[in-house]
Ligand binder design. Structure first.
Ligand code: URA
Length: 271
């Protein structure tokens, strides 16, 4: 296995985050006792460092400085006063090369009035053909996951960070993400969801601005400020269904997140 293959494999199994400054050789013989009880005279421990993702700059802000088409996307998206206008603006937008190779724009599916919005990564081949998000293998799994907690597409709106299929299902580039993000953020502003579920690392990083790995962000709600909305939106990052198809062992975590989502929706409904 070459070093890039090894790295890709690690990322696929979820080891997408370094947790210490220096590598630890866990196979080396342990020379020191496991637990060291500090003596009464030990110096106080150094103050804890702030988490690496404390106060991140939102990617939408940094992209506007570095990718000219992202600035244009921001202006075009901001001018859309309705979801229909936003869809039309995206369909007419010529600032993202992905539009030229995609068969269809994939805007959304489901119920924009539901108060619940799901955001995935981007269309695959079947979504590209149908012009609808999550209709391929990972969409079928997502539908089963939703059904297991009594949800279906009449009870949520589903969209993607990237509305055009990248050729050959490659990952979108940072510039493509930067160009598409203003449209997603505007979509969120226009829908005003009470709750937002982010499927996978890419959507989570783009919307929250956090550099932390999805495995450490999933499992709890966090409030995220969305420029254009007065109040922060509660956001639940979850593992992406495509990842769950490749890594069935991770379904346990996904199930825990689904239960959390169900309980939260029930609590919301009870007022
Ligand atoms: N994966 C996504 O993130 N979105 C889709 O629409 C399909 C697969």
């Amino acid at each position: 296995m070459d070093e890039f293959a090894a790295l890709r494999w690690q990322i696929e199994i979820g080891a997408d985050e370094a947790i210490a400054e220096a590598p630890v050789d866990r196979l080396a013989r342990r020379e020191t006792p496991r637990a060291v009880v500090p003596a009464a005279t030990s110096p106080p421990p150094p103050p804890a460092r702030p988490p690496r993702d404390a106060r991140p700059e939102h990617p939408a802000a940094s992209a506007l400085r570095t990718v000219p088409a992202a600035r244009r996307a921001e202006e075009v998206a901001a001018a859309a006063a309705t979801r229909e206008a936003l869809r039309a603006a995206l369909a007419a937008f010529d600032g993202c090369a992905l539009a030229a190779t995609a068969t269809n724009l994939v805007f959304s599916d489901g119920n924009p009035e539901s108060g619940l919005m799901f955001v995935g990564e981007g269309p695959g081949a079947e979504e590209d053909r149908a012009g609808l998000p999550f209709v391929g293998p990972s969409g079928k799994l997502l539908d089963r996951m939703l059904a297991s907690i009594g949800l279906d597409r009449t009870r949520l709106l589903i969209t993607n960070l990237i509305p055009w299929r990248p050729p050959g299902n490659r990952n979108p580039t940072d510039a493509e993400v930067a160009i598409c993000l203003p449209f997603l953020m505007r979509h969120i502003v226009l829908v005003r969801p009470r709750r937002l579920v982010l499927l996978g690392a890419m959507a989570t990083r783009a919307v929250t601005g956090s550099k932390a790995g999805i495995r450490s962000l999933r499992g709890s709600w966090r409030n995220v400020a969305i420029p254009g909305l007065e109040n922060p939106v509660p956001v639940l990052p979850m593992l992406h269904p495509a990842y769950l198809l490749r890594t069935p062992g991770a379904k346990r975590e996904a199930w825990a997140d689904l239960i959390l989502l169900r309980r939260t929706l029930d609590r919301d409904a009870a007022g």
